[in-house]
Write a new protein. Structure first.
Length: 245
């Protein structure tokens, strides 16, 4: 990859994605609050929704916070009690387990949305596109594990973390750190940034509600009831007039 393309994708594109992420989310909340939801399809058919949704959310939440802490924590903070190599090994094992759970979950959700005629008919284009992007992103993430096993010294992990830290602190030179990275790492990072780009235009905006309040974590399980009312047992009996025998 040439220097100018590398700089465009990993030096400029991330700021475009983050700008759209924050400004777009704010504009959607300001103008279209009624669309600020996850558009659940549970009413149409439960089926594999519970398994797929739970596995996906457990895995992806662990991955999100793992990436957030792992990439944005400076090296000197943890070097006193864990080496770079051991930190990478820990990330590979825990991230691999969480990634596999999320992958199984999103696969179940994708098959359910594409395989059920009723659900597919009521799905938006953005719903299906988002599931495919998440599926590909998880495949790429799992594919980085064998590559990481080839250099257990943690050098690539340090380079990726330094790139992320330079981005958020507005320091130059971050893109140059990725010139020697495998295309799998680069594709995984590019698609991850793209998810931030499309975030305000999809159902992903409901994630803000989860982070904004602990009530999302502590809420009771959501019950979905049928629209069919429970009528009295004798609702078909003829009505009697007052004084009738």
């Amino acid at each position: 990859m040439t220097n100018w393309l590398n700089t465009l994708l990993f030096g400029i594109y991330p700021y475009v994605c983050l700008a759209v992420f924050f400004i777009g989310s704010w504009m959607r909340f300001d103008r279209d609050q009624y669309t600020w939801k996850s558009d659940s399809s549970q009413l149409l058919r439960t089926g594999s929704l519970r398994w797929g949704s739970n596995l996906f959310h457990i895995g992806v939440l662990f991955l999100f916070f793992g990436h957030f802490v792992g990439m944005l924590t400076p090296h000197f903070v943890y070097e006193g009690f864990i080496s770079t190599g051991h930190k990478q090994l820990l990330a590979m094992v825990s991230g691999g387990i969480a990634g596999l759970l999320a992958f199984i979950g999103v696969t179940l959700l994708l098959v359910r949305r594409l395989g059920d005629a009723r659900i597919r008919a009521t799905s938006k284009f953005s719903d299906i596109l988002l599931l495919w992007l998440l599926w590909i992103q998880l495949v790429l993430g799992l594919a980085t594990i064998p590559l990481s096993a080839q250099h257990l010294d943690g050098s690539m992990m340090v380079a990726l973390a330094e790139w992320a830290q330079r981005l958020v602190t507005f320091r130059s030179g971050g893109a140059e750190l990725l010139l020697g990275a495998s295309w799998v790492f680069k594709a995984h990072m590019f698609l991850g940034m793209t998810l931030f780009l499309i975030f305000p235009f999809t159902r992903l905006v409901h994630v803000w509600s989860g982070f904004a309040t602990l009530g999302y974590v502590l809420r009771p399980y959501q019950l979905v009831r049928s629209r069919r009312m429970n009528l009295p047992a004798n609702h078909n009996a003829p009505a009697r007039r007052n004084g009738a025998a």
